[in-house]
Design a binder for this molecule. Structure first.
Ligand SMILES: Nc1ncnc2c1ncn2[C@@H]1O[C@H](COP(=O)(O)OP(=O)(O)OP(=O)(O)O)[C@@H](O)[C@H]1O
Length: 511
């Protein structure tokens, strides 16, 4: 039965939804006169102490103020029940969105993912791991403003992880990384995997690992096999590939993920996923299709996410990898042997006294409670029927990418090689610190293509950019090789011209 007044202060207005741990209520905070979302967390058998510790950490996560993180205002302990008081976000979860609208356009998914990655990157910087990143925990509000929720079960890095004191395993198996599935502790890298799996599900309309008969079988599959390469991810494919790197040591950091997602969201062509397999051969597990005409966005220089075409278009096919085919990595992991599954089973039985508590809210594609108004699903795994269908129209990259044709609405005159090199050096010298100055270096039509929000979003995730090499390639164009934050490196072709007599950057793409 619905409570009426929680903690003597929060007046219940209606139920917002239910997850594996309990209900979430829309309440009015009578003290502060504002609406809040209050989540009920039932104590698990023998877990009171652990829960209390988790809640202390939830309180400390209230200090995590970020526009893309659902704020936690309070945690109220009322004996058997604990209430988490959060910012109310009128929204749909990402899983609801995908279910209602079909698989997302890759650039839209990248834009949502970039915001979530921004929030998670800050959490990681502060030493907090989310531990339950999944589509059901991504709240998407008006204008696709995304927030990651459920930091309530997050723990600081030092704390006990997915395994609780009595051995219950918390989290959502479908979004477990391979190392977690093998029994490792959660880490920032496992959050990166989970966000990769979340974006995969958003664009593909299915989870990276098809639901199995039970959670342990799902974990075994994750531990042993690579997911099928995404087929609809377009420019997002390479980023997802890096996020789903089976090796947590090599997997990108959340900060790098954020940067790359902003770039794709802003129209960038995306990265190739070229990682070496055991033979040292480059294996494109998830190649990013790069249409010949794609202009690629610039360090933010790119067009905003195009609107999806109304007409269905054929699915973009992954670019064939040169030598070893995408299935190779999958095969290598599969042949690692069934012992992995056995280890998982033994581990779970040993630590858990048979208990495996897997949160299974709408994250897995199951209908959310606010759609079904039913009790939380007792089914350990979601059903395929609840996944977004694949029939939904998906614009091809070719259809949605802006072309490289010069913008004839903006008369430009060429620049000399020296002028172009000088302008590019000046441009990167002011970034990322002075975004206004950087922005002013772009021609008006490039500014219009990119959008100031995307530009700021891209550069706000970077603390240092350095020019490694710069080369005049003629015609007012310059190839510049950059490193971001001393890590990721890319080469961009920057086109410079005179607009109204002033030197400006008129084009930019990854080469
Ligand atoms: N801060 C919030 N503002 C608005 N709605 C929310 C908020 N938090 C949760 N909800 C709604 O309540 C539903 C249930 O949330 P909850 O966090 O319990 O689900 P879950 O993440 O699927 O479950 P679990 O806790 O098992 O991971 C969500 O699907 C969402 O629709």
């Amino acid at each position: 039965m619905a409570p009426q007044l929680i903690a003597g202060r929060y007046r219940v207005e209606r139920e917002l939804g239910r997850g594996g741990m309990g209900a979430v209520w829309l309440c009015r905070d009578e003290m502060l006169g504002r609406e809040v979302a209050v989540k009920q967390i039932g104590a698990l058998p023998g877990e009171a102490a652990d829960l209390a510790r988790g809640l202390r950490e939830a309180r400390s996560s209230a200090a995590l103020q970020h526009p893309n993180v659902v704020s936690v205002f309070d945690a109220v302990d009322e004996g058997e029940t604990i209430w988490l008081v959060m910012e109310y976000v009128p929204s749909r979860t990402l899983s609801q969105l995908a279910r209602e609208e079909g698989p997302l356009d890759p650039r839209r998914a990248a834009a949502i993912g970039a915001q979530v990655a921004d929030g998670l990157a800050l959490a990681h910087e502060r030493g907090t791991v989310h531990r339950d990143v999944k589509p059901g925990n991504v709240l998407v509000a008006e204008g696709d403003h995304a927030k990651i929720s459920d930091f309530g079960i997050a723990r600081s890095n030092a704390a006990d992880e997915h395994r609780t004191q009595t051995g219950l395993l918390t989290g959502t198996p479908a979004y477990f990384s391979p190392e977690l599935a093998r029994g490792a502790e959660s880490s920032p890298a496992s959050d990166v995997w989970a966000l990769g799996a979340t974006l995969y599900a958003a664009v593909e309309g299915r989870q990276p690992y098809a639901p199995r008969e039970n959670a342990i079988a799902t974990l075994a599959a994750i531990a042993q096999e690579s997911p099928d390469p995404p087929r609809r991810a377009g420019a997002l494919a390479g980023v997802i590939g890096h996020m789903l790197d089976p090796d947590p040591e090599v997997r990108w950091s959340m900060a790098q993920v954020a940067r790359e997602l902003h770039d794709v969201a802003a129209g960038g062509a995306g990265v190739q996923d070229t990682r070496a397999d055991d033979d040292g051969a480059a294996t494109q597990v998830f190649p990013a299709p790069v249409p010949a005409a794609a202009p690629a966005a610039a360090a933010a220089a790119s067009s905003p996410a195009p609107e999806p075409e109304p007409e269905p278009a054929p699915e973009p096919e992954p670019v064939p990898a040169p030598a070893p085919e995408p299935g190779r990595e999958r095969q290598r992991r599969t042949t690692a042997g069934w012992w992995v599954a056995a280890v998982i089973v033994v581990l779970v039985l040993a630590i858990g006294g048979l208990a495996l508590l897997a949160t299974t809210g709408d994250d897995d594609g199951a209908p959310s409670a606010d759609e079904t108004t039913s009790a939380p699903s007792g089914s350990p795994e979601p059903t395929e029927e609840n996944e977004p269908t694949e029939e939904t129209s998906e614009p091809t990259q070719e259809a949605t990418e802006p072309t490289e044709e010069p913008d004839d609405t903006e008369p430009t005159q060429g620049a000399s090689g020296g002028e172009a090199v000088g302008l590019v050096e000046d441009y990167y010298a002011v970034l990322p610190g002075d975004r206004d100055a950087g922005w002013a270096t772009l021609s008006p039509s490039l500014q219009e293509q990119i959008g100031r929000d995307s530009y700021d979003g891209f550069w706000s995730g970077i603390s240092r950019v350095e020019i490694v090499a710069v080369q005049d390639v003629g015609g007012g164009s310059v190839d510049v090789t950059l490193t971001y934050d001393g890590g990721s490196r890319e080469t961009r072709r920057i086109d410079v011209g005179r607009v109204g007599g002033e030197l400006r950057i008129v084009g930019d793409r990854v080469v």
